[in-house]
Design a protein around this ligand. Structure first.
Ligand code: FES
Length: 164
């Protein structure tokens, strides 16, 4: 009986509500917080674990923007577009030693790696340095609209050229 009286006494901090009402509000709030946490974990659990990666195929525009004799470095795509006498080809700019991004040196006419000094010719052949292999050639082709596409996931065993 005295417990009921204690529970029905008004709270000192909020005179309009009883102690019982305060406990009920705290309890309902706790249950609400627990449901919100469970819903958040449930949503996270049911969401697919998909790693969204950019497409390996890059559109490099019309081939006529790569004049004969040019070497164009596409830094964002990590590749070179070279217009040689046989046609246009694409070559990875990633060094075959430890994966640094190489750079075209127009003055010397070579591709150079800034990390450990490997050097390559414009067709990727190794000149010097610790790189164990030449630079990799990538599949380049024209789409139906005549745009030059490069598939960075398609490594070529033999040299292929896009003739324009
Ligand atoms: S990463 Fe290019 S030479 Fe080492």
């Amino acid at each position: 009986m005295s417990q009921d009286r204690d529970a029905n006494q008004s709270c000192a901090k909020c005179p309009g509500c009883t102690r019982r009402e305060v406990f009920v509000k705290v309890g309902v709030g706790s249950i609400g917080a627990a449901f919100a946490g469970a819903a958040a974990f449930g949503y996270e659990f049911l969401s697919p674990n998909v790693l969204y990666e950019p497409s390996p195929i890059v559109d490099l525009g019309k081939p006529d923007q790569y004049p004969p004799g040019s070497v164009t470095q596409q830094t964002e795509a990590g590749l070179y577009i070279v217009h040689g006498p046989e046609g246009i080809y694409a070559m990875s700019a990633v060094c075959t030693h430890l994966g640094c991004l190489t750079a075209w040196n127009a003055d010397l006419g070579i591709v150079a790696c800034p990390c450990h000094g490997s050097k390559f010719t414009r067709d990727g052949t190794k000149i010097e340095g610790p790189a164990p292999r030449p630079l990799l050639w990538l599949r380049a082709y024209l789409d139906d609209e005549g745009n030059l596409l490069v598939d960075r996931s398609a490594l070529l065993e033999q040299k292929e050229f896009v003739r324009t």
